[in-house]
Design a protein around this ligand. Structure first.
Ligand SMILES: Cc1cc2nc3c(=O)[nH]c(=O)nc-3n(C[C@H](O)[C@H](O)[C@H](O)COP(=O)(O)O)c2cc1C
Length: 338
């Protein structure tokens, strides 16, 4: 029997983000999924909508092959989108069930999400995060050093996710933060010395999805691809890490794509729980992009036998006035079997 194209539960007061809400009930979930954070705002995802399923697919055309050769950031980004989608379903009262990598030979079909419009919500559903955080969250770069992250904030963040094998570590000791800043400097210097890395970054900046106007994007693209901006970037990145109000690292026991997807799901929950407490976050990626430095990050954070997956700063910051743009829904959704 064909599923209705209108929502099975009518009268839901969906919070609007940047566009008119689509009418199809499953497209609505994707509308929120695409507000998830992603590396360099590449939004490296596609969604195939079936009768009761949404396939979440890694868009290889948007994968940063040079910066992220092992696809860790790609899968972390996909995990963020999957969790965003499920929180939208929680909000509507739909049940979701996820099969990860359902076709073992296909590393791009990351998840098949079954949605049941009349099922019961999943354990640990946090429906209030949709209006309170999914449509408001942005990544931040400037924090207010005068406002501390309280123990209660930390507890709330620590307990907001329950992903198998993923752990969160807060990094507060001065010596560890300084060590991370040194590693960030080293990583940035090495990465920016690579022409291919700079060209790839220039394309991402030039696309204009990183929160800059078209003209500034084009100028940024020109500067990154032609000028020695690496030293400047390295120094300001390192300073940011050293001055983090609080740094945190998500780690996993194994280093497979599924661990990285689960890392993204955990990060999404943390970012949303943080936003709902007016706490904001900035991921710090470069330091994990070179394998030998990534291992040293794990050591600096005191991890034994675990893999560093996603590092971020968090603290209080003023809400951003302008959200970074998202690609239109129609460019990332395929509707099959409707
Ligand atoms: C895996 C991953 C890596 C990221 N790395 C960085 C980073 O190194 N520096 C940074 O400022 N933001 C980083 N971000 C944040 C993205 O730039 C941000 O999510 C994107 O621009 C969309 O903006 P929004 O989060 O404000 O919606 C990262 C996000 C993800 C998911």
């Amino acid at each position: 029997m064909a599923q209705p194209s209108t929502a099975p539960t009518p009268g839901i007061d969906w919070p609007l983000a940047d566009e008119v809400l689509p009418s199809h009930w499953l497209s609505r979930l994707v509308y929120y999924a695409r507000l998830a954070p992603s590396t360099h705002n590449t939004q490296p995802w596609k969604f195939v909508i079936g009768r009761r399923t949404i396939d979440v697919i890694a868009d290889e055309a948007r994968w940063l092959r040079v910066a992220d050769p092992h696809r860790r950031e790609l899968y972390v980004s996909l995990g963020c989108a999957i969790e965003s989608l499920r929180i939208a379903a929680d909000f509507a009262g739909y049940a979701t069930d996820v099969s990860y990598f359902p076709i073992p030979q296909d590393a791009t079909l990351v998840a098949r999400v079954e949605v049941d419009g009349s099922g019961s919500k999943r354990d640990g559903a946090l429906p209030y995060l949709l209006p309170r955080a999914v449509t408001r969250r942005t990544s931040h770069r400037k924090f207010d050093p005068a406002q501390a992250v309280t123990d209660e904030d930390r507890r709330a963040i620590y307990t907001c996710f329950d992903s198998p094998d993923i752990a969160l570590h807060f990094i507060t000791e001065r010596a560890s933060l300084d060590r991370l800043a040194d590693l960030e400097l080293l990583a940035d210097r090495n990465l920016f010395a690579d022409d291919a890395y700079r060209s790839e970054l220039a394309v991402a900046v030039g696309e204009g999805f990183l929160g800059t106007s078209w003209l500034v994007s084009k100028l940024g693209q020109l500067a990154i691809s032609t000028l020695p901006v690496g030293r400047q970037v390295a120094q300001s990145d390192a300073q940011r890490v050293a001055s983090a109000p609080l740094a945190a690292l998500l780690s996993s026991r194994h280093d497979q794509p599924l661990d990285q997807v689960h890392t993204g799901e955990a990060y999404m929950r943390i970012a949303l729980a943080a936003e709902s407490r007016q706490l904001r976050m900035q991921p710090v990626s470069q330091v994990l992009e070179l394998p030998e430095i990534r291992v040293q990050v794990a050591e600096a954070a005191g991890l034994d036998d675990r893999y560093a997956q996603h590092l971020f700063r968090l603290g209080h910051a003023k809400a951003e006035t302008e959200a970074r743009r998202r690609r239109p829904l129609k460019d990332m959704v395929l509707r099959a079997d409707l």
